[in-house]
Design a protein around this ligand. Sequence first.
Ligand SMILES: Nc1ncnc2c1ncn2[C@@H]1O[C@H](COP(=O)(O)OP(=O)(O)OP(=O)(O)O)[C@@H](O)[C@H]1O
Length: 610
Amino acid sequence: MGVKMKFKKLWYDSISFIKLIKADHPGIIWVIAVGGLAGAAGPFTQLFFYSRVLNKVLKGLYKECIPDVVILLTAALVLSLIKKACDQSVKVLREACADTIYLKTANKAFSMEYEEFEKTETMDAIRRVQGGENSSGGIGDQIQSIYVLIEKGFAILFSLIFVIVLFTRTKADSSNFFTSIWSTLLIIIVFLTVFFLCLKLSAISYRKFYEVEKKNEHFNSFGVYLLAIMNNYQFGKDIRIFSMQGLLEHYFKKTMKTINSVFLKWSIKDGSYTAVIVLLTQLTSGLVYVVLGGKAVYGSISIGEVFMYAGVILELTGAIRSEIIEYNSFYYRSDYLNTYYEFINRPNNRYTGTLPVEKRTDGEYEFVFENVSFHYPGSDNLILNQINLTLKVGDKYAIVGKNGAGKTTLIKLLCRLYDPTEGRILLNGIDIKYYDYQEYTKVFSVVFQDFKLLALSLEDNLTLGEEADKERIWEVLTQSGMRSAVEKMPSGLQTNLYKNNGEGVEVSGGEAQKLAISRALYKNGPFVILDEPTAALDPIAEAEIYENFNSMIQGKTAIYISHRMSSCKFCDDIIVLDGGVISERGSHNKLLKEDGIYASLYNAQAKYYA
Ligand SMILES: Nc1ncnc2c1ncn2[C@@H]1O[C@H](COP(=O)(O)OP(=O)(O)OP(=O)(O)O)[C@@H](O)[C@H]1O
């Protein structure tokens, strides 16, 4: 890309970046502008007044120095205080902006259809956004770059004003090289040549750096994954019993070795580029000092001005070097940030419904599956094939079938975590995709097979941010058989679960399952779905759940998925899935008589109790 195109891109990237951060933190632009101006003005104010003081001292005008010294000290104090305050504010605001980005990324992830969210590309994009934020592609670093670019931009502007004044004030005298126009032209030509050379070298170095970052992206996220496992006590049992340490350490060391070797190669090259840049800028400064010295020797500028202009040149070369570095890092980081923009602006691919779900106090919600077929994205394997099914209000259904028969998939379609590949699902006669999704999810109280509890208080786990109804909490804890255990906990309902978030209790697998059931019951959705709800329960707790089942669901429609065939007996209708179709259907007694899959599954378990 040519220099013009690069500057154009930089301009557009800067504008869209400023819009992005300004949207949530409008004050940041002022902080950057004021801090940048104060940071750049400080050294120039000092150089200007020091030079005046020096000239006056050399002439013995000591008293006349006093106003200059007062202005100098006041300006230095005020400007450095402003700069310090802005530096601190930028530090705080860059953290706040990074947090906003984390939240926006999380909100985008929440709002995505589950089907999209679960895809490998989406997971990779989220990792890239977060990886960029954690390493060198983040918003925080980008803000810092803008801050430096603005400050050094002002510094270059001030230097140029000084330099222009120098060359307009000193009369050209062609009889002497130092006082002639040629010395001025030489400096300008050398400066421009060195500037573009350094820009080029720095661009090569940064391009290589971001290539290295991209190369290491996968290894970085794998390293983070391994570290998370090694430091997570919940993996502790498996790691110890299966002696996984060796394997984890092997992969961690291998990953780090790969990352480091790629970085080492880059840093050797980067070191050589930096050395050349430093050498070129030092030579340029040297040349300027020689010309300034010559001008002083031939009387075209005073000693104080030599001191001032030497300082200005030092500021200018420093500012140009920083500008080049920040420009390149901003430029390449913008590319990295595009991942974020792409992710945040991803359109939702599926139909977004807007219909409100009818609020019915009688719980009259009836679902109909009409010729529903489904395969997971990226696979041709039909998990469900032409399913026709009506789920009548108030009935209790059991869905059974061998592992992988598609029982959970059917529930995922019902909850609209996926849309059917063919056919449709109706709620009270309307295709579920036309309903507002947030409202639609309120219909269900679900305990998924792989439910997750949060490392927050028990109360939070049940109420999930809603105002707590204590009476109801204890009621559902009683129904799930968890009440007495909670009563014994150190802080009752305020007891934290797990240790990820400070001190907390470790609940057993069965207790966790009872809490998940309590959470579903507390939600009080008119449609209860329990996917393997008693798999971790002891026989007494399981029997209690069955006994309490009717009072628990209080006449609601319920779907029960279980491999414990005895638990299906109390359901009105048993649906057997096999090979993607409903192969059998009816009551327990009817299906036993038919002597099909259900009978074989039931008898396989029953013989151990005979
Ligand atoms: N997210 C997914 N992407 C691709 N395939 C999937 C996904 N989830 C499940 N499957 C596949 O779909 C098939 C049905 O899975 P499902 O979880 O519905 O079975 P299930 O009847 O509930 O099994 P189990 O009794 O073991 O819980 C399985 O072969 C599984 O590998």
